[in-house]
Design a protein around this ligand. Structure first.
Ligand code: COA
Length: 253
């Protein structure tokens, strides 16, 4: 099982569980996560969603092999279906970042409401090193959060950063010892059981209102270029290098 779901005490938990591949997300896993988010959105008994991974790894991002075999071609592709489901969830989504969060592992946090990060976690958006471009509206939201200069370090150079950096940059709420991140995030999620759900949902919608249309438009614009880049010789070299466990050689481009 690669995505585990459970609803307990008002909290729908979505757990990425593919540790042998560092929780890399395939199309099938995106669909399961989207289904779970949509079900949580529709279920009156759910007051909050908890999104988490495995000890030491939140997710290494898109499954690169799946990407090569089934590149997302349009906005109906599983990765976009997941993005739409996360944007469409009007209940609080709490992320417990249990370890490394790479690519969409970091960009999905931009769309969660409360983010708690393990002190062992490293975050990164290495799209350029893979011959790709940013996704999930990160090209819009990352510079809005931290300014162009630091966004360029994270998105052009792909520099990794710590949970403490993520807090300082406004991506995360707090850093916790590795063993405490999930219990803490769950306790926070359960606090919504004592709050009026209608006011919570409308407040979340208002908090997101100013950027929701722009985020959707950016996702579409990024997606078009991303799909082209997946077929590019640069991306092919980066993906081959990853699987051959060598450094990519971009000198010929
Ligand atoms: N897609 C597909 N497979 C992946 C993957 C991904 N995103 N991330 C890891 N894996 C696989 C590896 O190929 C390896 O498979 P193998 O055991 O069959 O060789 C296995 O998961 C373990 O990964 P490995 O790289 O050996 O673990 P590590 O602890 O040395 O490093 C990471 C962990 C997360 C730092 C590293 O795997 C990594 O950088 N992954 C790619 C991240 C990335 O670029 N994501 C963005 C995609 S858009």
């Amino acid at each position: 099982m690669t995505i585990k779901t459970a609803t307990l005490n008002g909290v729908a938990t979505i757990e990425i569980a593919r540790p042998e591949k560092k929780n890399a997300i395939t199309g099938e896993m995106y669909r399961r996560m989207a289904d779970a988010l949509n079900a949580a959105t529709a279920d009156n008994a759910v007051r909050a969603v908890l999104l988490t991974g495995q000890p030491g790894i939140f997710t290494s991002g898109n499954d690169i092999e799946d990407f090569m075999q089934r590149p997302p071609g349009n906005l109906e592709s599983p990765a976009f279906v997941f993005m739409k489901a996360l944007l469409g969830c009007d209940k609080p989504v709490i992320a417990a970042v249990t370890g490394a969060a790479i690519g969409i592992g970091t960009t999905m946090l931009l769309h969660c409401d409360l983010v708690y990060v393990s002190d062992e976690a490293r975050l990164a958006m290495p799209f350029v090193s893979l011959g790709l471009v940013p996704e999930f509206a990160s090209s819009l939201i990352v510079p809005q959060l931290m300014g162009h200069a630091r966004a360029a370090e994270k998105l052009l150079l792909g520099d990794p950063f710590t949970g403490a950096d993520a807090v300082e940059m406004g991506i995360a709420n707090a850093v916790l010892p590795a063993g405490e991140v999930v219990p803490h995030a769950r306790r926070i999620a359960e606090r919504f059981n004592a709050l009026p759900p209608g006011a919570v949902r409308q407040t979340k919608t208002l908090l997101r209102r100013a950027r929701s249309q722009a985020a959707l438009e950016t996702i579409a614009a990024e997606g078009e270029i991303f799909a082209q880049r997946l077929q590019s010789p640069e991306a092919k070299e980066a993906f081959s290098a990853f699987f051959q466990k060598r450094k990519p050689d971009f000198s010929k481009f």
